[in-house]
Design a protein around this ligand. Structure first.
Ligand code: GLN
Length: 193
């Protein structure tokens, strides 16, 4: 089984580990450089991208993470994790950095204050309808030529799931629904790469 890490600086670490194991992977939390070096792939959970960026800096993980992504490690980012994997941010704080890797512009807190959180059904990667949970979620403002769009909201036709090679990102939180199809898709990606 592939060994997949879950970046454990903040967010739903346990829920991601459960969904990955349900999908046939061995899943472990990653907080240190040695732990990062020992995994085949990584999930970056939701949370707050500015906080995650600062914590990754404090834990001396920012450069090691960038390096592994550059070397082709598969990674899946949910919500704030999507922001972390995006090459460019709109609505970030002054000086906010990402890990990058996916050629997209992502807009933070895009769905607006009136609708902090909501759920919607959407088609994911042609695998049928999934229930997507959005919490102060970003959307993908624009995609580069090598990015595949895997999901859009029905309302407003916003891009909320993308893939570029070994990198996957969703605006929503699949770890909260008990439906492991997004994690299964990622585990399959890891097995194929
Ligand atoms: N709004 C958060 C951010 O900018 C993301 C929210 C989430 O991950 N649920 O990082």
């Amino acid at each position: 089984a592939p060994k997949i890490g879950v970046l454990a600086l903040q967010g739903d670490v346990r829920e991601h580990i459960r969904a990955l194991e349900e999908s046939g992977a061995t899943a472990v939390p990653v907080r240190r450089q040695e732990e990062l070096a020992a995994v085949d792939a990584l999930v970056v959970p939701g949370g707050e991208s500015t906080t995650m960026w600062k914590l990754a800096t404090t834990f001396e993980l920012l450069e090691p993470l960038r390096m592994r992504i550059k070397e082709g490690m598969p990674a899946y980012g949910s919500c704030a994790g999507m922001i972390m994997l995006a090459d460019r941010i709109e609505g970030g704080i002054e000086g906010q950095e990402t890990l990058g890797g996916i050629d997209i512009v992502v807009r933070r807190n895009a769905f607006g204050r009136q609708v902090d959180s909501f759920e919607a059904d959407l088609d994911f990667a042609g695998r049928g309808t999934i229930r997507a949970v959005f919490i102060r979620a970003p959307w993908v403002e624009s995609v580069g030529p090598d990015v595949e769009v895997l999901g859009r909201t029905e309302a407003g036709d916003r891009i909320v799931a993308v893939r570029q090679g070994p990198l996957l990102a969703t605006s929503f939180h699949p770890e909260l629904t008990g439906d492991a199809r997004v994690h299964s898709y990622f585990v399959e990606m890891v097995r194929e790469l």
